[in-house]
Design a protein around this ligand. Structure first.
Ligand SMILES: *Cc1c(COP(=O)(O)O)cnc(C)c1O
Length: 360
């Protein structure tokens, strides 16, 4: 059975080793006589999976006792609402960096809950880019500063964290655990699992314990971070199978040499693609500012939409799928997350040269 090169933005490619391991254990989990999907979330087999997943995530992020890791559902989109519901009190203002499609969605939800200050807005910038520190208009005593570390649709990635006195809140859905960054600088990190760390259905949240205390009693218990931290994400039935897959991915990350090794490989993969774009004499045009280019989502255009359509179609025939850009921006997007192999990037680069030679 041949696996394709899956450039999908999300749900995205998972390590083949992880899929095979899950397949092996699917029907009978370690001699339990049932699948991990079928067993109580309060039994000892599942509990071990749950706690190892949390411990591995904390270790990989270098987080200590000041932070708790919890599992949520509803994707990053639920976090767009839950963050302000829990952290933005009456009379407070939250700062938001609006640098792309996902940041804008977070802003939209926060405005329903409370006062929002747009600290910087580069959403309409061409080429797409992240704001610089000196562009930020921060609110004194802001409830928090929200940012998106990787704008999946525009193909931009934050290279350094902004300076602020407010707690940093980061949507890391599309670059979580792809590089070592100072995770402890964040008050709250959230990430839907389906890009870098697992399947759809579970969302990772890492929260500093003092912020947990902000959860107001005026929102239902199920929506409070405080509830889930206190109950170790077992207040209600967690997405057990998705968490089990996240555990396998964290073990896979360790086997790859950890975040530093992955970051190096991710940067090399991205550099191959960007070099091909830059050396194409303008045939391929990157849509992100060079200094903000993402190592996860490589976005570019061809001379016409007709050529882009042909490019996507022909690439699929060569076993490279998921290259169509997001419907809101068009063009081509190659998503090359942690699990995406270098061989797939090499195949795309050689296809790009060949396509240009035939159509340039
Ligand atoms: C995919 C993505 C989202 C949306 O995630 P859902 O799980 O579909 O809610 C939010 N933010 C970023 C940065 C993303 O890449």
């Amino acid at each position: 059975m041949a696996r394709i090169f899956n450039f999908s933005a999300g749900p995205a490619i998972l390590p083949e080793d992880v899929l095979r391991e899950a397949q092996e254990e699917l029907v009978d989990y370690k001699g339990a006589g049932m699948s991990i999907m079928e067993m109580s979330h309060r039994g000892k087999e599942y509990e071990a999976v749950h706690n190892e997943a949390i411990a591995n995530l904390k270790r990989l992020m270098g987080l200590g006792d000041d932070h708790a890791v919890i599992f949520q559902t509803g994707g990053a989109s639920a976090q767009f609402a839950l963050v302000p519901m829990n952290l933005l009190g009456p009379g407070q203002t939250a700062d938001y960096i609006n640098a792309g499609s996902w940041g804008a969605k977070a802003v939209k939800e926060a405005k329903i809950i409370g006062a929002v200050n747009i600290a910087a807005d580069t959403r309409k910038a061409a080429p797409a880019r992240m704001p610089r520190q000196d562009e930020l208009k921060l609110t004194p005593n802001a409830a928090y500063l929200h940012l998106t570390t990787n704008e999946t649709i525009e193909g931009t990635q934050l290279k350094s964290l902004p300076q602020t006195d407010a707690p940093l809140v980061g949507d890391m859905s599309s670059d979580i655990l792809s590089r070592p960054i100072d995770f402890s600088k964040f008050g709250l990190i959230y990430a839907g699992a389906q890009k870098n760390i697992g399947p759809a259905g579970v969302t990772l949240v890492a929260i500093r314990k003092d912020l947990v205390e902000r959860s107001p009693e005026t929102i239902p218990a199920i929506f409070r971070y405080k509830t889930h931290v206190a109950e170790n994400s077992l207040y209600n039935t967690p997405p057990c199978f998705a968490i089990y897959l996240v555990l396998l991915v964290t073990r896979w990350i360790d086997a790859q040499g950890g975040l530093a090794a992955l970051a190096q490989r991710n940067a090399e993969k991205a550099a191959l693609l960007y070099a091909t774009i830059d050396n194409s004499g303008g045939y391929y045009r990157g849509t992100a500012a060079v200094e903000d280019r993402s190592d996860m989502n490589v976005t570019f255009r061809l001379p016409s939409e007709e050529l882009e359509e042909a490019f996507v179609k022909e690439a699929a025939k060569h076993g490279m799928k998921g290259l169509k850009g997001h419907r809101s921006v068009g063009g081509i997007r190659a998503s090359i997350y942690n699990a995406f192999p270098r061989a797939g990037v090499e195949a795309l680069v050689s296809f790009m040269r060949d396509f240009q030679a035939r159509n340039g």
